[in-house]
Design a protein around this ligand. Structure first.
Ligand code: NAD
Ligand code: ZN
Ligand code: ZN
Length: 346
């Protein structure tokens, strides 16, 4: 089968021919119907050898959708032929975190050698993929896999980040979204669906800001040196109750801290290789502003997102690519010229 692999440190992803996998005990084989491309892949492929821990070659893709084609010995609870999306942050399944569906925070995964697909385990950028357990599969019925697969990360990560702060998003409150790409354009829609907050979106080009407006941002601001002052002017100097930073570089973290209001959450989702840091302490941040770095989301939250998708809540913007063009999709991601999520259809 064909797959997209990262094979050498610093190299570009390659389309290669590899053996079709077979599902082991308890596992499920999917014929992949769609696989999303995430900026985190770009980060992983930027790491020097001494910081790279995912193994080589690595079949990429941690956003996967597929059709169940084969069950390994003892695997049950899902039927062959079912259309599913894959919950990616696999955990041990039995610890306290996993018992709550928070497999993204399983404290045992690393020691047990359990890795997400595309981030250690073979990923979704292939014609077939093995999923460790039926519990990682969420049936999607007749939803379009291309429009649904981004929910597994580009949707799930902001959904988790927004839900944990919902108590702060009363009527009259503001949420600021910095970076309106794959994750950010869904964050805006999640905020609009779940809260009465005013949504202010920041990005670096008018084109990206047009997408933010199209998917529900009330106000848009160019993310430049004046961004914090311009946001504060919009907000009458009172600051936002939630700031979501989907870039995570020093300039955006500085903007995030500068627009965070009293008792706010500053939620840094973006991952950069730089030593970006929030300046915290008295006179540096609003009173009782909390800074946090969430990772992905829970199994239950992905089920909720699929429910919302069935209700037609999301307008997921995607650019689709054939597998042969996946390397080009990664180039576009790196260059920042994609609109919404890049999705590969094998
Ligand atoms: P993306 O490339 O689709 O979107 C990033 C957006 O940020 C683009 O629209 C880009 O124009 C914009 N941007 C770049 N520099 C900016 C600046 N200075 N100010 C404002 N906007 C700017 O990326 P994505 O796939 O949506 O991922 C976003 C980030 O989230 C990445 O860093 C990724 O690694 C990270 N991520 C984290 C988690 C997690 O669990 N914490 C999960 C998924 C992705
Ligand atoms: Zn990701
Ligand atoms: Zn666990």
């Amino acid at each position: 089968m064909r797959a997209v692999q990262y094979r050498t440190i610093g190299g570009a992803p390659e389309v290669v021919e590899i053996d079709r996998p077979t599902p082991g005990p308890g596992q499920v084989l999917l014929e992949v119907t769609a696989a999303g491309i995430c900026h985190s892949d770009d980060f992983v492929m930027s790491l020097p050898a001494e910081q790279y821990t995912y193994g080589l070659p690595l079949t990429l893709g941690h956003e996967g959708a597929g059709r169940v084609v084969e069950l390994g010995p003892g695997a049950e609870g899902v039927e062959v032929g079912t259309n599913v999306v894959v919950y990616g942050p696999w955990g041990c399944g039995v610890c306290h975190a996993c018992a709550q569906g928070k497999e993204n925070y399983c404290p045992r995964a690393a020691e047990l050698g359990i890795h997400p697909p595309g981030l250690g385990a073979p990923g979704a950028l292939a014609e077939f993929m093995v999923v460790d357990s039926p519990r990682h599969l969420v049936p999607i019925g007749d939803l379009d896999p291309v429009k649904t697969v981004p929910l597994t990360d580009a949707g799930l990560t902001p959904y988790h980040a927004v839900k944990r702060s919902l108590g702060k998003l009363r009527a009259g409150s503001t949420a600021v979204v910095i970076g309106t790409g794959g994750l950010g354009h869904l964050a805006i829609q999640i905020l609009r669906a779940l809260s009465p907050a005013r949504v202010v979106a920041l990005d670096v080009t008018e084109e990206k800001l047009a997408l933010a407006t199209a998917v529900g941002a009330h106000d848009v601001v160019l993310s430049d040196a004046d961004a914090a002052a311009n946001v504060q002017q919009l907000l009458g100097g009172r600051g936002a109750q939630l700031v979501l930073d989907f870039v995570g570089a020093q300039p955006t973290i500085d903007t995030a801290m500068a627009v965070a209001g009293v008792e706010s959450d500053v939620t840094i989702v973006g991952i950069t290789g730089t030593s970006a840091a929030a300046q915290v302490g008295f006179f540096r941040q609003a009173y009782e502003a909390s800074v946090t770095v969430p990772y992905w989301g829970t199994r239950g939250e992905l089920i909720e997102l699929v429910e919302l998708a069935h209700r037609g809540v999301f307008d997921v913007h995607t650019e689709t690519f054939a597998m042969a063009d996946a390397p080009a999709a990664y180039e576009r991601l790196h260059a920042g010229t994609l609109t919404g999520r890049a999705v590969v259809v094998p």
